[in-house]
Design a protein around this ligand. Structure first.
Ligand SMILES: O=P(O)(O)O[C@H]1[C@H](O)[C@@H](OP(=O)(O)O)[C@H](OP(=O)(O)O)[C@@H](OP(=O)(O)O)[C@H]1O
Ligand SMILES: Nc1ncnc2c1ncn2[C@@H]1O[C@H](COP(=O)(O)OP(=O)(O)O)[C@@H](O)[C@H]1O
Ligand SMILES: [Mg+2]
Ligand SMILES: [Mg+2]
Length: 349
């Protein structure tokens, strides 16, 4: 929280936009930005994430609200950069984790979004869903669960026996166990028959495929704010498909931003968004249990069981840039963190 050198909103409104602020690839110089802002946000994000997240509309609005973004140089000590009020990051290396944790020990006043060990929980497709499995969100009206799944660490030849012993029903979605930001970790396949299972490549999770009318709900969480969008997903698998398909099918990358189904002409029973109170409860519970403030949930609703929802994926710091109005929600969130910190400062806490 900058207590000196503040610039009022009125002054900011009239200010001429520095072109450097409009280009995500050339963030403002640290000291200059810090001097003009009340909230300094350092970021350590991949190039791809910088491009999708730090869009001109976010930078413009942030600037108006007295928030500046500064790129962190990971090769230099963090204490020699900034000073930061908030650090945003999505980097999976152990070195970065240690670097950040060491810095946070010395600078507990800096808000780190989010703690590296909490993020790590989402980098593995088994641990990411554990908290959901422990949730007791099912009510008289709805049920929230995860598909049954099995982890295979090695020895592909043992998969058919392991699947039979776990009582999993085919078809199965095979997903790489570790999610590390590479496109390989998103290479999924669908296994139709038991005999082909040894062709899979562990370590992976095998998850029961759930028919859901081909529509997925992406639920974005930013602190306490929740936004949900519809995306096209995989088509349902029927008995005919099951009887006539054998082998392992590589799945295309589905449910990405280009697959928006928000304006599609859909059967209302399939298109209907999950009820708001359910999403709020889910967001609140998962925020607390995961210890994270920035994530999204991929959710599907079982076809023919209109009140049963399955959570199939949770992503840290997802593609917020494709979420309608994200610039407002995100800057409001950053401001609220700044406010809380300022109040704690005033009360000597
Ligand atoms: O695992 P899934 O469910 O696919 O979620 C992905 C990841 O979060 C991607 O980020 P990352 O590549 O950092 O893992 C993100 O890409 P961007 O960060 O480029 O936006 C995608 O945004 P969409 O493209 O909006 O789906 C988001 O859908
Ligand atoms: N168990 C499942 N049943 C039906 N469809 C699924 C299942 N798991 C994944 N999918 C489909 O595959 C897509 C990608 O799977 P997901 O687990 O979200 O992996 P990623 O992390 O690569 O996004 C989902 O968005 C959904 O369309
Ligand atoms: Mg997903
Ligand atoms: Mg994912």
């Amino acid at each position: 929280m900058r207590l000196h050198g503040d610039v009022s909103d009125d002054e900011e409104e009239g200010a001429v936009m520095d072109p450097a602020l409009l280009s995500p690839s050339s963030p403002p110089a640290g000291a200059a930005a810090a001097a003009a802002s009340r909230l300094v946000v350092g970021y350590a994000l991949t190039k791809k994430k910088v491009k999708s997240f730090l869009q001109p509309k976010l930078l413009l609005l942030a600037r108006k609200k007295g928030i500046s973004f500064i790129s962190i140089d990971e090769t230099h000590p963090l204490s020699e950069q900034g000073p930061f009020d908030i650090i945003l990051h999505k980097k999976t290396s152990k070195e970065w984790q240690r670097f950040l944790e060491d810095y946070h020990e010395v600078h507990p006043e800096v808000t780190v979004l989010d703690p590296p060990n909490a993020i790590e929980h989402l980098n593995n497709r088994q641990s990411m869903l554990e908290e959901v499995a422990d949730l007791n969100l099912s009510s008289f009206y709805e049920e929230v669960c995860t598909p049954r799944q099995l982890v295979i660490m090695k020895d592909p030849s043992s998969i058919p026996t392991a699947v039979a012993m776990a009582g999993l029903t085919l078809p199965l979605v095979a997903k790489p166990l570790v999610v590390d930001g590479t496109s390989k970790s998103h290479e999924l396949s669908l296994a139709y028959d038991e005999a082909s299972l040894p062709m899979l490549d562990p370590p992976l999770v095998l998850q029961e495929f759930v028919n859901h009318g081909g529509i997925l709900f992406k639920v974005y969480i930013i602190g306490e704010a929740i936004q949900v969008v519809r995306r096209f997903s995989l088509p349902d698998v029927n008995t005919y498909d099951l009887l006539n398909n054998v082998g392992i099918y590589r799945l295309p990358r589905v449910s990405c931003a280009a697959a928006s189904a928000d304006h599609a002409d859909l059967d209302p029973r399939i298109a209907e968004l999950p009820p708001r109170p359910l999403l709020e409860k889910l967001g609140r519970e998962l925020r607390g249990r995961l210890g994270l403030r920035l994530f999204n949930i991929d959710m599907i609703r079982e076809l023919g069981a209109n009140d049963r929802y399955y959570i199939i994926d949770i992503n840290y710091f997802p593609g917020y840039g494709k979420m309608p109005g994200y610039e407002h929600i995100f800057t409001d969130f950053l401001q609220s963190l700044g406010q809380n910190k300022y109040q704690r400062c005033l009360s000597g806490g």
